[in-house]
Design a protein around this ligand. Structure first.
Ligand code: CP
Ligand code: NVA
Length: 331
Protein backbone atom coordinates (compact mmCIF):
# COMPACT_ATOMS: atom_id res chain seq x y z
CA UNK A 1 0.00 0.00 0.00
CA UNK A 2 1.26 3.51 -0.83
CA UNK A 3 2.53 5.46 2.17
CA UNK A 4 0.81 8.77 2.88
CA UNK A 5 1.83 10.71 6.00
CA UNK A 6 -0.02 13.94 5.21
CA UNK A 7 -1.49 15.52 8.35
CA UNK A 8 0.24 13.04 10.72
CA UNK A 9 2.15 14.09 13.81
CA UNK A 10 5.61 12.65 14.47
CA UNK A 11 5.66 11.97 18.20
CA UNK A 12 7.36 8.58 18.60
CA UNK A 13 8.42 5.80 16.24
CA UNK A 14 6.12 3.30 17.97
CA UNK A 15 3.31 5.08 16.06
CA UNK A 16 4.86 4.30 12.64
CA UNK A 17 5.09 1.11 10.59
CA UNK A 18 8.45 -0.08 9.23
CA UNK A 19 7.21 0.90 5.74
CA UNK A 20 6.45 4.45 6.91
CA UNK A 21 9.87 4.77 8.55
CA UNK A 22 11.53 3.47 5.36
CA UNK A 23 9.52 6.00 3.33
CA UNK A 24 10.88 8.82 5.53
CA UNK A 25 14.43 7.51 5.07
CA UNK A 26 14.06 7.34 1.29
CA UNK A 27 12.59 10.86 1.22
CA UNK A 28 15.55 12.06 3.33
CA UNK A 29 17.98 10.65 0.78
CA UNK A 30 16.21 12.52 -2.00
CA UNK A 31 16.35 15.78 -0.06
CA UNK A 32 20.03 15.22 0.75
CA UNK A 33 20.75 14.82 -2.96
CA UNK A 34 18.85 18.02 -3.83
CA UNK A 35 20.70 19.96 -1.14
CA UNK A 36 24.12 18.70 -2.22
CA UNK A 37 23.35 19.49 -5.88
CA UNK A 38 22.19 22.98 -4.92
CA UNK A 39 18.76 22.34 -6.48
CA UNK A 40 16.13 24.64 -4.94
CA UNK A 41 13.22 22.78 -3.29
CA UNK A 42 10.87 25.38 -1.87
CA UNK A 43 7.95 22.95 -2.05
CA UNK A 44 6.18 24.36 1.00
CA UNK A 45 6.23 28.07 0.12
CA UNK A 46 3.50 30.00 1.93
CA UNK A 47 3.44 27.68 4.94
CA UNK A 48 4.66 28.63 8.43
CA UNK A 49 6.00 26.60 11.33
CA UNK A 50 6.69 27.35 14.99
CA UNK A 51 9.48 25.81 17.06
CA UNK A 52 8.80 25.54 20.81
CA UNK A 53 11.93 24.84 22.82
CA UNK A 54 11.72 24.31 26.59
CA UNK A 55 15.27 22.92 26.58
CA UNK A 56 18.42 24.11 24.79
CA UNK A 57 19.50 22.83 21.37
CA UNK A 58 22.00 23.31 18.57
CA UNK A 59 21.34 20.52 16.03
CA UNK A 60 17.57 20.15 16.35
CA UNK A 61 16.80 23.85 16.28
CA UNK A 62 19.17 24.56 13.39
CA UNK A 63 17.90 21.55 11.46
CA UNK A 64 14.27 22.64 11.76
CA UNK A 65 15.17 26.23 10.87
CA UNK A 66 17.37 25.43 7.84
CA UNK A 67 15.03 22.70 6.62
CA UNK A 68 12.07 25.07 7.02
CA UNK A 69 13.79 27.84 5.04
CA UNK A 70 14.99 25.40 2.35
CA UNK A 71 11.38 24.28 1.90
CA UNK A 72 10.33 27.93 1.56
CA UNK A 73 8.50 28.21 4.88
CA UNK A 74 8.32 30.97 7.47
CA UNK A 75 9.84 29.87 10.81
CA UNK A 76 9.16 31.27 14.32
CA UNK A 77 11.44 30.19 17.19
CA UNK A 78 10.13 30.43 20.76
CA UNK A 79 12.65 29.82 23.53
CA UNK A 80 11.76 28.74 27.09
CA UNK A 81 11.40 32.32 28.31
CA UNK A 82 9.39 33.81 25.47
CA UNK A 83 6.01 32.10 25.36
CA UNK A 84 3.12 31.91 27.79
CA UNK A 85 2.94 28.11 27.55
CA UNK A 86 2.73 26.31 30.87
CA UNK A 87 3.10 29.40 33.05
CA UNK A 88 0.13 31.55 31.97
CA UNK A 89 -1.53 29.37 29.35
CA UNK A 90 -2.30 25.65 29.32
CA UNK A 91 -0.79 23.27 26.78
CA UNK A 92 -4.27 22.75 25.35
CA UNK A 93 -4.95 26.47 24.84
CA UNK A 94 -1.45 27.04 23.41
CA UNK A 95 -1.99 24.24 20.90
CA UNK A 96 -5.36 25.67 19.83
CA UNK A 97 -3.91 29.16 19.33
CA UNK A 98 -0.81 28.01 17.40
CA UNK A 99 -2.97 25.68 15.31
CA UNK A 100 -4.92 28.73 14.05
CA UNK A 101 -1.75 30.47 12.83
CA UNK A 102 0.74 27.82 11.76
CA UNK A 103 0.93 24.71 9.60
CA UNK A 104 3.19 22.70 11.92
CA UNK A 105 4.60 22.78 15.47
CA UNK A 106 7.91 21.41 16.73
CA UNK A 107 8.19 20.79 20.48
CA UNK A 108 11.29 20.04 22.58
CA UNK A 109 10.84 19.67 26.31
CA UNK A 110 9.87 17.40 29.13
CA UNK A 111 7.11 14.77 29.42
CA UNK A 112 5.99 12.84 26.35
CA UNK A 113 2.43 13.64 27.49
CA UNK A 114 3.05 17.34 26.66
CA UNK A 115 3.87 16.71 23.01
CA UNK A 116 0.95 14.27 22.83
CA UNK A 117 -1.40 16.89 24.31
CA UNK A 118 -0.18 19.50 21.82
CA UNK A 119 -0.89 17.08 18.98
CA UNK A 120 -4.33 16.20 20.35
CA UNK A 121 -5.37 19.85 20.34
CA UNK A 122 -3.49 21.68 17.57
CA UNK A 123 -5.29 20.30 14.52
CA UNK A 124 -1.97 20.44 12.61
CA UNK A 125 1.09 18.13 12.62
CA UNK A 126 3.26 18.27 15.75
CA UNK A 127 6.87 16.99 15.63
CA UNK A 128 8.73 15.75 18.70
CA UNK A 129 12.15 17.44 18.86
CA UNK A 130 13.03 15.51 22.08
CA UNK A 131 11.14 14.68 25.25
CA UNK A 132 12.28 12.90 28.40
CA UNK A 133 11.14 9.61 26.86
CA UNK A 134 11.88 9.77 23.14
CA UNK A 135 13.96 11.52 20.45
CA UNK A 136 12.41 10.23 17.20
CA UNK A 137 13.86 12.71 14.67
CA UNK A 138 17.33 11.75 15.92
CA UNK A 139 16.62 8.13 14.98
CA UNK A 140 16.03 8.86 11.31
CA UNK A 141 19.41 10.62 11.09
CA UNK A 142 21.09 7.76 12.94
CA UNK A 143 19.66 5.05 10.71
CA UNK A 144 20.38 7.07 7.57
CA UNK A 145 24.01 7.28 8.72
CA UNK A 146 24.13 3.52 9.36
CA UNK A 147 22.65 2.90 5.93
CA UNK A 148 25.23 5.16 4.26
CA UNK A 149 27.99 3.06 5.82
CA UNK A 150 26.59 -0.42 5.24
CA UNK A 151 25.58 -0.61 1.62
CA UNK A 152 24.67 -4.31 1.99
CA UNK A 153 21.67 -3.22 4.09
CA UNK A 154 20.90 -2.60 7.74
CA UNK A 155 18.67 -5.60 8.50
CA UNK A 156 20.45 -8.00 10.84
CA UNK A 157 23.16 -5.51 11.79
CA UNK A 158 24.03 -5.26 15.52
CA UNK A 159 23.71 -1.85 17.20
CA UNK A 160 25.03 -1.55 20.75
CA UNK A 161 24.19 1.38 23.03
CA UNK A 162 26.61 1.85 25.94
CA UNK A 163 25.80 3.72 29.16
CA UNK A 164 22.56 5.42 30.17
CA UNK A 165 20.25 3.15 28.18
CA UNK A 166 17.08 4.37 29.94
CA UNK A 167 17.26 7.85 28.40
CA UNK A 168 15.35 9.25 25.40
CA UNK A 169 18.05 8.17 22.93
CA UNK A 170 18.45 4.64 24.38
CA UNK A 171 14.67 4.12 24.36
CA UNK A 172 14.29 5.41 20.82
CA UNK A 173 17.16 3.33 19.43
CA UNK A 174 15.57 0.21 20.90
CA UNK A 175 12.31 1.08 19.11
CA UNK A 176 13.83 1.93 15.73
CA UNK A 177 16.06 -1.16 15.72
CA UNK A 178 13.05 -3.36 16.53
CA UNK A 179 11.01 -1.76 13.74
CA UNK A 180 13.73 -2.01 11.09
CA UNK A 181 15.17 -5.40 12.02
CA UNK A 182 18.52 -4.46 13.60
CA UNK A 183 19.68 -6.40 16.67
CA UNK A 184 19.68 -3.97 19.61
CA UNK A 185 21.91 -4.38 22.66
CA UNK A 186 21.81 -2.06 25.69
CA UNK A 187 25.04 -2.40 27.66
CA UNK A 188 25.14 -0.81 31.10
CA UNK A 189 24.22 -1.30 34.74
CA UNK A 190 20.78 -2.69 35.65
CA UNK A 191 19.75 0.67 37.18
CA UNK A 192 20.04 2.44 33.81
CA UNK A 193 18.13 0.04 31.59
CA UNK A 194 14.94 0.98 29.68
CA UNK A 195 11.62 0.33 31.45
CA UNK A 196 10.49 -3.27 31.21
CA UNK A 197 7.13 -2.31 29.63
CA UNK A 198 8.92 -0.71 26.67
CA UNK A 199 11.42 -3.58 26.47
CA UNK A 200 8.57 -6.11 26.21
CA UNK A 201 6.82 -4.03 23.56
CA UNK A 202 10.06 -3.79 21.54
CA UNK A 203 10.80 -7.51 21.93
CA UNK A 204 7.47 -8.31 20.29
CA UNK A 205 8.10 -5.83 17.44
CA UNK A 206 11.68 -7.09 16.98
CA UNK A 207 10.43 -10.67 16.70
CA UNK A 208 8.13 -9.71 13.84
CA UNK A 209 11.09 -8.16 12.03
CA UNK A 210 13.67 -10.88 12.64
CA UNK A 211 15.63 -8.95 15.27
CA UNK A 212 16.48 -9.31 18.97
CA UNK A 213 16.68 -7.09 22.05
CA UNK A 214 19.43 -7.81 24.59
CA UNK A 215 20.08 -6.04 27.91
CA UNK A 216 23.46 -6.83 29.44
CA UNK A 217 26.25 -5.54 31.65
CA UNK A 218 28.80 -7.72 29.84
CA UNK A 219 30.92 -5.33 27.72
CA UNK A 220 32.73 -8.05 25.76
CA UNK A 221 29.52 -9.91 24.93
CA UNK A 222 27.89 -6.65 23.85
CA UNK A 223 30.70 -5.25 21.72
CA UNK A 224 31.77 -8.46 19.98
CA UNK A 225 30.63 -8.39 16.36
CA UNK A 226 28.87 -5.03 16.72
CA UNK A 227 28.40 -2.96 13.57
CA UNK A 228 27.40 0.23 15.36
CA UNK A 229 28.66 1.38 18.74
CA UNK A 230 26.56 4.24 20.12
CA UNK A 231 26.62 6.24 23.33
CA UNK A 232 25.11 9.39 24.85
CA UNK A 233 25.82 11.69 27.80
CA UNK A 234 25.38 10.28 31.30
CA UNK A 235 23.07 13.01 32.69
CA UNK A 236 20.42 14.26 30.27
CA UNK A 237 18.86 17.71 30.03
CA UNK A 238 16.31 18.26 32.77
CA UNK A 239 17.98 15.83 35.19
CA UNK A 240 19.48 17.33 38.38
CA UNK A 241 23.19 18.17 38.30
CA UNK A 242 23.71 16.36 41.61
CA UNK A 243 23.24 13.09 39.70
CA UNK A 244 26.70 13.42 38.14
CA UNK A 245 28.57 11.79 41.05
CA UNK A 246 26.29 8.73 41.06
CA UNK A 247 26.22 8.39 37.27
CA UNK A 248 29.99 8.70 36.87
CA UNK A 249 30.47 5.89 39.36
CA UNK A 250 27.83 3.71 37.69
CA UNK A 251 28.67 4.41 34.05
CA UNK A 252 32.45 4.87 33.92
CA UNK A 253 33.01 1.16 33.19
CA UNK A 254 30.82 1.58 30.08
CA UNK A 255 32.82 4.38 28.46
CA UNK A 256 33.39 3.69 24.76
CA UNK A 257 37.15 3.25 24.50
CA UNK A 258 39.59 2.09 21.83
CA UNK A 259 39.48 -1.37 23.46
CA UNK A 260 35.68 -1.51 23.05
CA UNK A 261 35.95 -0.51 19.39
CA UNK A 262 38.55 -3.26 18.85
CA UNK A 263 36.07 -5.91 20.06
CA UNK A 264 33.51 -4.78 17.46
CA UNK A 265 33.33 -5.78 13.78
CA UNK A 266 36.30 -4.39 11.82
CA UNK A 267 33.88 -2.26 9.73
CA UNK A 268 32.10 -0.92 12.85
CA UNK A 269 31.22 2.76 13.12
CA UNK A 270 30.89 4.96 16.20
CA UNK A 271 27.81 7.17 16.60
CA UNK A 272 26.73 9.76 19.19
CA UNK A 273 23.68 12.03 19.02
CA UNK A 274 25.81 14.90 20.41
CA UNK A 275 26.58 17.06 22.31
CA UNK A 276 29.34 14.91 23.81
CA UNK A 277 31.68 15.17 26.79
CA UNK A 278 34.77 13.66 25.16
CA UNK A 279 37.18 16.29 26.52
CA UNK A 280 37.27 19.19 28.97
CA UNK A 281 36.59 21.96 26.44
CA UNK A 282 33.12 22.73 27.85
CA UNK A 283 32.16 24.38 31.14
CA UNK A 284 30.51 21.17 32.38
CA UNK A 285 33.43 19.03 31.17
CA UNK A 286 35.89 21.34 32.92
CA UNK A 287 33.85 21.32 36.12
CA UNK A 288 33.53 17.49 36.14
CA UNK A 289 37.30 17.18 35.62
CA UNK A 290 37.90 19.46 38.62
CA UNK A 291 35.34 17.74 40.86
CA UNK A 292 35.90 14.08 39.93
CA UNK A 293 39.17 13.97 37.99
CA UNK A 294 37.32 12.55 34.94
CA UNK A 295 38.56 14.16 31.70
CA UNK A 296 36.49 12.26 29.15
CA UNK A 297 33.13 10.79 29.97
CA UNK A 298 30.89 8.57 27.83
CA UNK A 299 33.47 8.27 25.01
CA UNK A 300 37.25 8.49 24.84
CA UNK A 301 38.47 11.49 22.87
CA UNK A 302 40.48 9.25 20.52
CA UNK A 303 37.35 7.27 19.60
CA UNK A 304 35.27 10.42 19.13
CA UNK A 305 37.90 11.80 16.75
CA UNK A 306 38.95 8.42 15.36
CA UNK A 307 38.50 7.04 11.87
CA UNK A 308 35.46 4.94 12.79
CA UNK A 309 33.56 7.97 14.10
CA UNK A 310 30.70 9.25 11.93
CA UNK A 311 29.29 11.76 14.42
CA UNK A 312 29.43 14.79 12.14
CA UNK A 313 27.80 12.97 9.18
CA UNK A 314 25.14 11.96 11.69
CA UNK A 315 24.68 15.59 12.80
CA UNK A 316 24.34 16.76 9.18
CA UNK A 317 21.76 14.05 8.55
CA UNK A 318 19.52 15.61 11.22
CA UNK A 319 18.71 18.37 8.75
CA UNK A 320 17.92 16.14 5.77
CA UNK A 321 15.74 13.79 7.82
CA UNK A 322 13.84 16.57 9.61
CA UNK A 323 13.17 18.08 6.19
CA UNK A 324 11.70 14.75 5.08
CA UNK A 325 9.45 14.59 8.17
CA UNK A 326 8.12 18.12 7.65
CA UNK A 327 7.64 17.67 3.91
CA UNK A 328 5.90 14.30 4.23
CA UNK A 329 3.47 15.48 6.90
CA UNK A 330 2.74 18.91 5.38
CA UNK A 331 2.78 18.40 1.62
N1 CP B 1 21.30 15.63 19.10
C1 CP B 1 20.57 16.71 19.42
O1 CP B 1 19.34 16.65 19.56
O2 CP B 1 21.30 17.83 19.56
P1 CP B 1 20.77 19.23 20.12
O3 CP B 1 20.47 19.02 21.58
O4 CP B 1 21.89 20.18 19.89
O5 CP B 1 19.53 19.59 19.39
N1 NVA C 1 19.88 12.27 26.25
C1 NVA C 1 20.27 13.60 25.83
C2 NVA C 1 20.10 13.76 24.36
C3 NVA C 1 20.54 15.08 23.81
C4 NVA C 1 20.35 15.19 22.34
C5 NVA C 1 19.43 14.62 26.57
O1 NVA C 1 18.21 14.43 26.68
O2 NVA C 1 19.98 15.59 27.07
Amino acid sequence: MAVNLRGRSFLKLLDFTPEEIRYLLETSKQFKRLKLLGTPHKYLEGKNIVLLFEKTSTRTRCSFEVAGYDLGMGVTYLDPGSSQMGKKESIEDTAKVLGRMYDGIEYRGYAQSIVEELADNAGIPVWNGLTTDFHPTQMLADILTVEENFTDGIKGKKLVFFGDAQNNVGNSLMVVCAKLGLHFVACGPKEQMPESKLVKQCEAIAKENGATITLTDDIKKAATGAHVIYTDIWVSMGEPADLWAKRIKLLEPYRVTKEVMKMADKEAIFLHCLPSFHDTKTTIGEDIAKQFGVKEMEVADEVFKGKQSRVFDQAENRMHTIKAVMYSTLC
